[in-house]
Design a protein around this ligand. Structure first.
Ligand code: SF4
Length: 288
């Protein structure tokens, strides 16, 4: 499991998918390349491992240099535009990137449905491993077998079943109930048995925690061993907990100054979901 800092490069995006975790960051300007390189280098000098993220990371200027500095071998590619970016994907491949993740339009929180074939074709053509993420919600929870069939049809190497994560404590109809989670996990395990790993590797993302499956160890170190630096130079526990109320510190001149710690949560379940289910987060942060 990665322990370190996620550094946000850019949150501009025209797609405005419902429930996007970068929503609170969209109002800020992107980082310029030199600032990013300086910040990352200082963080590394201060002992942090760094990974970068952005709304359309493939198109960030000189991204291959930043990925190489971070020793990051994957990108989260933008399914809407990736088919226009074959040259960039090839450059990324040549500079050591191995895996491109895309999120399928099977996800109910993506409003427009795009053809996954073109994006997959571009990624495979560039010589990258294709990993597809499916974000499960009550609306698409019965489509697990169709999702696996889709991934096989576009020659994906692996898929990850993620779950929709709420970005605040308000009730919403994209959030899975515990009962739905339990059924989904069972169904994914059953599906895994019918698909050889050589054909497609099927994973269940840590966001599902370990309640309904054999423990694979702790899944969440948000605000303890992992941190997220927003474009506002505020430090948050993780990229999904990046609204002002979750701020735990500041980032200045390459230094992280933590003012609070996120504590009182179990590590075997997403802390954000623990807050959501308990309907509170205020007071769960303590002063450092
Ligand atoms: S709080 Fe949830 S989204 Fe954030 S790091 Fe933990 S598991 Fe991931």
């Amino acid at each position: 499991m990665f322990e370190g800092v996620y550094y946000l490069l850019d949150a501009n995006c025209s797609h405005l998918c419902e429930g996007c975790f970068l929503e609170s960051q969209r109002v800020y300007n992107p980082r310029d390349f030199e600032t990013s390189i300086n910040d990352i280098t200082k963080l590394q000098t201060n002992g942090f491992k760094v990974k970068v993220t952005a709304s359309n990371i493939v198109r960030y200027p000189n991204i291959e240099k930043i990925l190489s500095l971070c020793e990051q071998n994957y990108v989260l590619a933008d399914i809407f535009t990736v088919q226009q970016d074959i040259d960039i994907l090839e450059r990324l491949h040549d500079s050591g990137v191995e895996i491109a993740f895309i999120t399928s339009s099977h996800s109910s929180n993506i409003k427009d449905r795009f053809s996954i074939e073109h994006a997959s074709e571009a990624i495979k053509k560039a010589g990258l491993e294709l990993a597809i993420s499916y974000i499960l919600s009550p609306q698409n929870k019965n489509e697990i077998h169709n999702m696996i069939a889709e991934a096989i049809s576009v020659d994906a190497d692996s898929i990850r079943f993620m779950r929709y994560l709420p970005t605040n404590l308000n009730q919403n109809d994209l959030n899975l109930s515990r009962q739905e989670e339990r059924i989904i996990i069972k169904e994914i395990y059953n599906a895994q048995e019918g698909v050889p790993k050589e054909q497609l590797r099927i994973y269940i993302h840590g966001h599902f925690g370990t309640k309904f499956r054999p423990s694979k160890g702790p899944v969440c170190f948000a605000g303890e061993k992992i941190f997220f630096i927003g474009l506002d130079n505020i430090v948050y526990p993780c990229e999904f907990l990046s609204s002002p109320e979750f701020a735990i510190g500041t980032f200045q001149n390459g230094h992280i100054k933590l003012e609070k710690k996120l504590c009182g949560y179990e590590n075997d379940e997403c802390k954000l979901l623990q807050m959501y289910h308990n309907k509170k987060y205020i007071g769960r942060f303590i002063k450092n």
